[in-house]
Design a protein around this ligand. Structure first.
Ligand SMILES: [Zn+2]
Length: 271
C-alpha cells in the first residue's frame, strides 16, 4: 500500500508540469515568467543565433511530440513546420501569441515583434490564457504571474521612454532590420543596411553612407554572433563604430534595457 502511494505521488509530480514548446527566446521569457514552476519550457530556435534560418531537427520533433502546448509567434520556420508539428503531436494545442498584434503595412512581414513592449504585453496576455486552458486547476497562479510579468514589461517601457524620449524623430543605422517595432513604439526611424534580408547593392551602400554622413551617425548596430562585413566597411567610410547587440535572449527585460542604453549612447555621440 505504501509503495503504491509512493508511485502515485511520483506519477502525479512527473505529469503535473505543462510542457510548453516555443519558437524563440522572447517567448521562453514569457512562458517561464507566467508558468513558473508549473511548466517545462523547450525553445526551438537556439539562443545566440538568428531565428530566420532556423529549421527544426529530429531531436526537436521528439521533444515537440510530448509537448502539451506550442506557443507560436509568426517567425519564418513556423510557416512550413507548424502543420508538421500538429500531425506529429495531435494532442498539442497550438496558440498564436501574435494573434492580436497590429501591423502597419511597413511591419507586415517584420518578425521582430518582441522589440515592442506593447507587443510583449499582448503576448503575455495570450500566454496567460493559453496556460489557463492547458492547466485550469492552476489558473489563479497563471493570472498572478501574468500580472507580475505585465508589470515588468511596463517597467521596461517606462525605462526606455525615460532614456529615449528626448531623441524622438532621430534616425539610427543598423546592419539587420530588427528594430522596426521598437522604432515605431519609441518614435525613432530605422535605417537598415540589409534590405529584406539581402545584402545591399553598391548603390544602396552609397545611399546609406550619404544619409549617415548627413545625420552624423557614429554608431552602426549589429547582431551579436553574426557576421557584419558590410557594416564594418560602412563604419570605416563614415568614421563610425559597430556596436554589437544581443537580439536573441530569454532575459528579455535586460536585453531591452541594454538596447535602450546603447541607443541613448549612439544618439548622444552623434549630436
Ligand atoms: Zn532578425
Amino acid at each position: 500500500m505504501k509503495r503504491l502511494f509512493f508511485w502515485f505521488l511520483l506519477t502525479v509530480s512527473l505529469s503535473a508540469k505543462v510542457t510548453v514548446a516555443v519558437s524563440i527566446a522572447a517567448e521562453e521569457y514569457l512562458a517561464k515568467r507566467v508558468g513558473g514552476d508549473l511548466v517545462e519550457v523547450f525553445t526551438l530556435s537556439p539562443k545566440n543565433s538568428s531565428s530566420h534560418q532556423y529549421e527544426p531537427k529530429m531531436a526537436d520533433m521528439k521533444l515537440i511530440s510530448r509537448a502539451d502546448l506550442y506557443l507560436a509567434c509568426g517567425v519564418e520556420f513556423e510557416r512550413s513546420w507548424l502543420k508538421r508539428f500538429a500531425s506529429n503531436a495531435p494532442k498539442m494545442r497550438i496558440v498564436h501569441l501574435d494573434r492580436k498584434i497590429e501591423r502597419s503595412a511597413e511591419r507586415k512581414f517584420d518578425t521582430h515583434i518582441w522589440f515592442s513592449t506593447e507587443n510583449m504585453r499582448l503576448m503575455a496576455e495570450e500566454t496567460v490564457r493559453a496556460l489557463m486552458i492547458a492547466d485550469p486547476a492552476n489558473s489563479a497562479i497563471y493570472l498572478q504571474n501574468g500580472s507580475k510579468t505585465i508589470n515588468e514589461i511596463d517597467q521596461v517601457k517606462k525605462y526606455i521612454d525615460g532614456k529615449l524620449n528626448g531623441y524622438r524623430g532621430r534616425i539610427f543605422l543598423t546592419d539587420h532590420p530588427a528594430f522596426g517595432f521598437f522604432a515605431d513604439e519609441f518614435g525613432l526611424r530605422q535605417l537598415s543596411i540589409e534590405i529584406d534580408h539581402h545584402e545591399p547593392k553598391p548603390r544602396d551602400i552609397q545611399a546609406i553612407i550619404k544619409v549617415a554622413k548627413e545625420k552624423n551617425i557614429k554608431t552602426i548596430f549589429a547582431e551579436k554572433n553574426m557576421a557584419h562585413k558590410i557594416a564594418d566597411t560602412i563604419a570605416d567610410a563614415i568614421g563610425a563604430k559597430v556596436v554589437e547587440l544581443e537580439l536573441v535572449s530569454s532575459d528579455w527585460a535586460n536585453q531591452m534595457i541594454d538596447i535602450a542604453d546603447s541607443f541613448e549612447r549612439a544618439f548622444d555621440e552623434s549630436n
